[in-house]
Write a protein that binds this ligand. Sequence first.
Ligand code: NAD
Ligand code: MG
Length: 391
Amino acid sequence: MKQRLTILGSTGSIGTSTLDVVARHPDRYEVFALSAATQVDLMLAQCAQFRPRYAVMASGAHARLLAERLKQNDLPTQVLQAPDALETIASHEQVDAVMGAIVGAAGLAPCLAAARAGKRLLLANKEALVVGGEVFMRAVREGGATLLPIDSEHSAIFQSLPEDPTTWGRRVDHVVLTASGGPFRTRDPAGLRDVTPDEACAHPNFSMGRKISVDSATMMNKALEVIEAHWLFGLAPEQIKVVIHPQQIIHSMVQFRDASIIAQLGTPDMRVPIACGLAWPERVESGAATLDFTSLAALTFEPADAARFPGLHLSWQALAAAPGTTAVLNAANEVAVDAFLQGRIRFDQIHALNLATLEAVLPSNPDSLQALLALDAQARARARQLVQRFN
Ligand code: NAD
Ligand code: MG
């Protein structure tokens, strides 16, 4: 039986890499539904190639445009409109697996719907888990979903951990998330004030969406990943450590009680964790190049400099604070990155805005999707007000 897939965010960097892997295995996978925000041309091309039953667009205007173009091309895909339709395609009874590859908290509701419906949920959309926290993990448990991490660090940890999660507590001492250090790892911190969006998005090893690229430059991406690791693997905040490893060959590692370390290695190519999640526990060809050890010059490691990357430590602080604080941090950071990309605040003001929003918004333990979305909206509104003051 073929696995039927819904891909949320199919036109993005993770979405297109997922379709690249899927296209290599027409005998194993079939695309049931795709979704995108505004990219009508690319969605049309994906519908022509993969023939999904449904395509979801974020606005009525984009949905109408896509429907017209599909008709002109004699393609039978039905077009639906977000946000409600995202939950429909994520939880549809004919869907086996859902790839969560929307960027930001916008992906929370459909990922939760997939979790509640007991799907195999491939999670790239780390913000959904950072915002959803306990509510998200409860939905996975109660829905009987299989949650498979796609973020490369978390896929590495998942692959390095013993198969039986009930043994993790007594066997695992801590995990080490590796970080590339982004494009500003060696730049004088004083010069970071005036970097441009294009400089921040020029990641040394990966071509990714602009939001995660800016997050990699500030290392807020690693901060979000610390929070993600906390929820995925049930680890205490102090059991999650970060080390900079610019070559991105070791994707992360687990240190056990006896000081033995198991790491996962490979070329830096997101198709590897995507193929791993799609096929788990089987293994299928991903299209990625294999690692040639004899051509590797060196694997190097260094600590993350707190003066250069002040945002990284907000993760441990937010995890230690009141429940819901990680949702406030995520909302602030989404607003800050957007304001930076629009040229409204400077690069160094991303951290200042995150701090100021955390100080201004006190969360009251959000225990439902509704409460989480309300907190997210409240924190965004506050962060937007603060952006005005920063100008
Ligand atoms: P991207 O910007 O390239 O793609 C985002 C996708 O989501 C697009 O299809 C876009 O149309 C859709 N989208 C955006 N906003 C939306 C909204 N409001 N409603 C509905 N759809 C919307 O992003 P990406 O780099 O592919 O990252 C996707 C997620 O995966 C992020 O959470 C990111 O942190 C995570 N991730 C990405 C990488 C990577 O290498 N790109 C690695 C690890 C984790
Ligand atoms: Mg990652």
